[in-house]
Design a protein. Structure first.
Length: 260
């Protein structure tokens, strides 16, 4: 019998879902996976022909997407299990195990750094941003996404997610990047598109809360919630500039910062 390599997200080679990172191929996780995936899809053309570092690459699916158009993609992640998984499932990537505040790359060695849904996990956010500045070439870009603190943990002094150390608003993210030498040239937000707005209405105002409330209560999901979540695609999200929408109402932030 012919043997085939395991595919990302298949039961044969699937990174465990711990709540710290999202992974592909799990129907109940599909909302969060697509919400993260849409940011990678948005920047694909921006990566064309460039040497890209994904700092905090997790499962590796995002870096693999970027590798379709980038000249090269290097990954750095602290978690050894995630690193081994990425090396096994995405052989087109160069993967290092390392600390993000001490990146194992030379000065001025990459054109672009992608850091999606990671900064909120870091204890020393400023030191990481300074490391990004160090390894970027002149004219390079740091693309950073993170949950919008205002909508993700509303009215709280500490994050709802136990894996987060410090969440940021658009203003706070801009200050973090600017204080360590970057010029924030664009600030965008991720929002629910028309179909997700309809699903919000269907599920009592929020399909996010419908998932979280049942998970916290240990209740099984009704079949139509399972189907609605499993059917979500990146087309169900919108990405808009701060000049086009209320950035403080966004779900996630996406900053474009340049190193001049």
């Amino acid at each position: 019998m012919e043997m085939t390599e395991p595919q990302a997200g298949s039961p044969a080679d699937q990174l465990a879902l711990t709540g710290e990172r999202t992974v592909p191929g799990i129907p109940a996780e599909n909302y969060w996976f697509r919400r993260h995936e849409v940011a990678y899809d948005y920047i694909l053309r921006r990566c064309a022909g460039r040497d890209v570092l994904e700092a905090g690459s997790g499962e590796g699916y995002g870096a693999s997407m970027l590798a379709r158009d980038a000249r090269s993609v290097t990954c750095v992640d602290y978690d050894q299990q995630a690193v081994e998984h990425t090396r096994r499932v995405y052989p087109e990537l160069t993967v290092h195990q390392g600390n993000l505040i001490d990146l194992p790359l030379d000065d001025a060695s990459v054109d672009m750094i992608v850091n999606f849904q990671v900064i909120e996990h870091l204890w020393d956010q400023s030191e990481f941003v300074r490391e990004c500045f160090r390894v970027l070439r002149g004219g390079g870009e740091l693309l950073m996404s993170t949950p919008n603190r205002i909508t993700f943990s509303p009215g709280r002094d500490t994050p709802l997610n136990p894996f987060h150390t410090r969440e940021l608003s658009a203003t706070e993210l801009t200050e973090l990047l600017s204080d360590d030498g970057f010029d924030v040239v664009d600030m965008l937000g991720v929002y629910h598109g028309a179909r997700l707005v309809e699903l919000d209405q269907k599920w009592g105002g929020s399909i996010i809360d419908a998932q979280i409330d049942r998970a916290l209560a240990g209740e099984p999901w009704p079949d139509d919630l399972v189907a609605d979540v499993a059917g979500i695609t990146i087309a169900d999200f919108d990405i808009r500039r701060a000049s086009e929408a209320d950035i403080d109402a966004s779900l996630d932030l996406l900053a474009v910062a340049a190193r001049f």
